[in-house]
Structures are given as C-alpha cells and as structure tokens.
Design a binder for this molecule. Sequence first.
Ligand SMILES: Nc1ncnc2c1ncn2[C@@H]1O[C@H](COP(=O)(O)OP(=O)(O)OP(=O)(O)O)[C@@H](O)[C@H]1O
Ligand SMILES: [Mg+2]
Length: 246
Amino acid sequence: MTVIDVRGATVRYDKRDVLHGVGLTVAEGEAVALLGANGSGKSTLVKALLGLVPLSSGQALLFGRPTRSFRNRSWIGYVPQRLGIGGGVPATVSEVVSAGRLARRRIPFPATAEDRRIVADSLASVGLADRAAEPVAALSGGQQQRVLIARALATRPKLLVMDEPTSGVDAANQELFAKLLAERLAEGCAVLIVMHELGPLADIIDRAVVLSDGHVTHDGPLPTPRGADGDHPHGVLPDDNPWSGA
Ligand SMILES: Nc1ncnc2c1ncn2[C@@H]1O[C@H](COP(=O)(O)OP(=O)(O)OP(=O)(O)O)[C@@H](O)[C@H]1O
Ligand SMILES: [Mg+2]
C-alpha cells in the first residue's frame, strides 16, 4: 500500500515557489531518504505532506486519503527539525515522550499501564531509560534529540516522518537508531527520513529522493557521491549537490 503519495506539489511562501511540482511516494515497509542542500525544500515537503503548510497546487495523500481529511494522527510519528522542546515549561523526559501517546488516548482519561509501558520501552530503546524522571532541559542536545525520537516511536506509528532526527547524535547512538528503524520497517512501518549524512542508516534505506531548488533531481537507488570509491560505503552526502546528471 502507498502510505505517502505526493503529486505535483507546489508550495509558495511570500509569492515565491519553494517546491515546484514535486512528486514523492513511500510504500508500506519502505524507507526513503530525502536528501538535498540547505534550502532545497526538504522540510517544506515534509510539512506539506503532513498538512502543516498548504499546497498551492498538486495533492498529498496519506494512506490513500487527502492529508487535509486524514484523521488517524496516531498512525504518524513525526520528528520535526530542531524543535525546541520544553518551550520554557519544565517537563521531564518521560512527560515529553508521553505526549506521543496522547493521540491514542480518549481525553480526559489518564495514561494507562500500557501507555506507561510503551513510554518506558521507547525511552529504553534510545538508551535513556535511566533519565526518565529528569527535566529535559538537563539533557544534552543529542540526548534531547533522542527524546524526540522516543516520542515519535511511542505513538507506535505506521508512518515515521523524521526531519534530520540524528543531527547532533553520536555514532554509537546512530547505530542504535538504525537498528530501531530496521525493526519498525520489518513490521511494515513506512519511513521518510531527511538526512545530510546517512551514516549507519545507508544500509536500511531502500530509495533516495534528492531535491534541488524545489525540484526532484533523483528518485531511485542511493546515489553514490561523485569521486566516491569503495571506501565510503555509507555515502557521505556533502551540502553542495554532487548528483548532477542523476
Ligand atoms: N515559513 C517560511 N516562510 C518563508 N520562507 C520559508 C519558510 N520556511 C522555509 N522557507 C524558505 O523555503 C526554502 C526551503 O526551505 P526548507 O526549510 O524546506 O529547506 P530544507 O531543504 O529543509 O533546508 P535545511 O537542509 O537547511 O533544513 C528556503 O529558501 C527557505 O528560506
Ligand atoms: Mg530542513
């Protein structure tokens, strides 16, 4: 089943088009990397397909339904790019991850034992079980980023959309994250992930879509950077677009 289906998407900010007729599909159990230089439109495409910014033309479907009428928010785990968490309101690590369970709850009923178990599991899966009771503000930047990953996982989503989720996350924890994603993919979860350097994720990515100035310039196997040899299996992706001719 096609989980994400974007066709002819154009997004305009301040009378300037930043996406020009972009198409993107992600199937159940598929991991797609969205690549491209700073300002190429990756975050805009992610927000547009989630319905967070309007399309000026084209369409975005989630699980076969237009994004705007899609109601099953609990099916989607989203890690926004560099979202400040806490926002001045003191919150513990486990409270932030619990927010990932809210869409599944019948407000105003409190968290169930299952909610608490899933929150604890999600934190353990990113290696932060022992920090649950601490204020998020007391964690390092990379640790806070891992809290956001845990929050997205805590929704038990059918689709994970992650905008540079591992920026600031160290190599060992990126390996852990790649394992987590592989498990979700095996369960049929669809994954769309914006990255600059794939690192250990390169092994689990099925397809790459490269944006350049709001246009798709590549959609297919992971491109190999120009000049790369067999010594760079993880395809480090520089910011200037090396995929010319792709
Ligand atoms: N809210 C906004 N209002 C006006 N212009 C915006 C807004 N958000 C993004 N833009 C512009 O849209 C273009 C695409 O931005 P976008 O954030 O999608 O890029 P990106 O590919 O995610 O870059 P990065 O790698 O730096 O995260 C940029 O030129 C940016 O200045
Ligand atoms: Mg971005």
